[in-house]
Design a protein around this ligand. Structure first.
Ligand code: SAM
Length: 216
């Protein structure tokens, strides 16, 4: 979720692109309203749209999401999966996870959804994978640790999608004393995913910055 519409793109571009997004169905609209009313940081609608395109191309069998929140992205991803696919998702907050289970139940997905309650780093260490699609959308200072834990559990050709890589526009600014730890951590993470020989990465300046990395 971006902090300001013009934090990354110029306002005119961002508003124009927003105007091209398709209308949401009643469930996603209700989830977006709930998130806005209750201040839950779900993915932006343009990220949801991008995920749909990526999933339609890739047809993954085993998805891992780091950071469930109210299950908005689980619904978006799950709708692109058929009966044989599995979506696993991790959330620290039990009340938030309870809400996610309720919304995801309403979606009546064909695929299996496995909810994990706990700290992402602790949960990932217990998962065996292999995963072919990962959505990282959790603690920004931990993105590098998620990647360390996940790389051995990813198939060749797996796609890693990371949200908020430009973090309110702060990541591209010159490092400064007292900046948010998330900005510092994401600057390091972005350098890593764009230079690691095991990954092929593109970072898109949409929403709050989206990373797409293919495991080579
Ligand atoms: C940005 S939200 C996820 C949004 C979700 N992917 C979506 O688009 O609908 C990040 C979530 O991670 C959860 N979280 C925070 N710290 C965590 C941790 N250490 N382990 C697992 N989840 C955590 C937060 O409670 C929050 O719900």
């Amino acid at each position: 979720m971006k902090s300001r519409i013009d934090a990354i793109l110029r306002r005119e571009q961002a508003e124009y692109l927003d105007s091209l997004l398709p209308p949401r169905d009643p469930l996603l609209a209700a989830m977006e309203k709930f998130a806005a009313d209750e201040n839950h940081p779900i993915a932006d609608a343009e990220v949801a749209q991008l995920m749909q395109v990526l999933l339609r191309l890739k047809t993954p069998r085993h998805i891992l999401e780091v950071g469930t929140n109210i299950g908005y992205s689980v619904v978006v991803m799950g709708r692109e999966c058929d009966r044989g696919a599995i979506v696993e998702t991790i959330e620290l907050n039990p009340q938030t996870l309870h809400k996610a289970k309720s919304f995801v139940g309403d979606a009546k997905l064909e695929c299996q959804v496995i909810f994990h309650e706990g700290a992402a780093l602790e949960v990932i260490s217990r998962l065996s994978g292999p995963f072919d699609f990962v959505f990282i959308d959790c603690v920004k200072t931990e993105y590098g640790d998620y990647l360390d834990q996940l790389l051995p559990k990813l198939q060749q050709g797996a796609l890693i999608v990371c949200d908020n890589l430009l973090w309110k526009g702060e990541v591209a600014a010159a490092p400064r004393e007292g900046e948010e730890p998330s900005a510092t951590a994401l600057r390091i993470f972005n350098h890593r995913i764009t230079t690691d020989p095991r990954l092929l990465t593109s970072i898109l300046p949409m929403s709050d910055g989206i990373g797409l990395s293919v495991v080579l």
